[in-house]
Design a protein around this ligand. Structure first.
Ligand SMILES: [Zn+2]
Length: 68
């Protein structure tokens, strides 16, 4: 039997969401993806980002840029 601690988000320590593992939300996933694309940062998962995720991210980053 292996009952571990509840898995938490790799970014903010909230409980992970099934569909966004290892994160709690799409937001955290995109932030992490952004860090990864900015360079010098490795994804905690072995999965490379999909094309759809990269498109999502560029949306997210362009919104972020407008805030500056
Ligand atoms: Zn999170």
């Amino acid at each position: 039997m292996r009952l571990g601690k509840k898995a938490v988000c790799a970014l903010c320590d909230k409980p992970q969401a099934k569909s966004y593992k290892p994160f709690c939300s799409r937001r955290c996933k995109l932030i992490d993806l952004g860090n990864w694309i900015d360079g010098g940062y490795k994804l905690p998962s072995e999965e490379a980002p999909s094309e759809a995720e990269i498109l999502d991210l560029s949306d997210y980053l362009s919104q972020k840029k407008q805030q500056f």
